[in-house]
Design a protein around this ligand. Sequence first.
Ligand code: SAM
Length: 200
Amino acid sequence: MSGAMDEQTLQFYGGHAQAYAEREVTKHTRLIRFLALLAPGATVLELGCGAGADSAEMLARGFDAHPTDGSPEMASEASRRLGRPVETLLFHDIDKVDAYDGVWANACLLHVPRLELARVLALIWRALKPGGYFYASFKTGAAEGRDSLSRYYNYPTPNSLQAAYAEAGSWNPLSIETGEVRGFDGKSAQMLFVVARKNF
Ligand code: SAM
């Protein structure tokens, strides 16, 4: 697959990997809630892992975490932090089948061009074992666009997001919660948090 990435966004992360790694990270209650859905020691693919904080938490809790990021610079920051290799993996290159009990994608699939989102979600669906859980978060909005740092965002609505998931595969249940976070640009953003389970 090609075209499922935004070059400018990846360049931004490549150029800011160290600053991203040094930013203060608050404790991730959504990650803890997600891990509670999984069996102890479950295998979790992390997409867009950034500097690796969430995989560090998963590993510390005994999960078999597989951290990945599309930016080689970010992957090497995460690798330094975690003391293990971190794969450089672009979303559209996910090729595993029925391999993971969970997929964790915090604040990263929001950079997938709108028209490509269902195709990327389908690759994630395929990579999950039946009954596997998938978490992703998105900034919500009316139309796709760039922020003040030139990063691309797909800015879905709950309805458009639900449609993209439905096109990608069969999930049950699928829940979307709303909330607010402060981004790397210092601005607060309205978020959609999605937890979906691949159907058996
Ligand atoms: N998940 C981390 C967190 O919660 O702090 C990092 C989130 S950061 C906002 C987005 C991450 O997605 C960056 O590390 C970036 O390199 C990665 N990314 C952006 N586009 C990508 C793509 N097409 N494939 C894989 N990773 C990508």
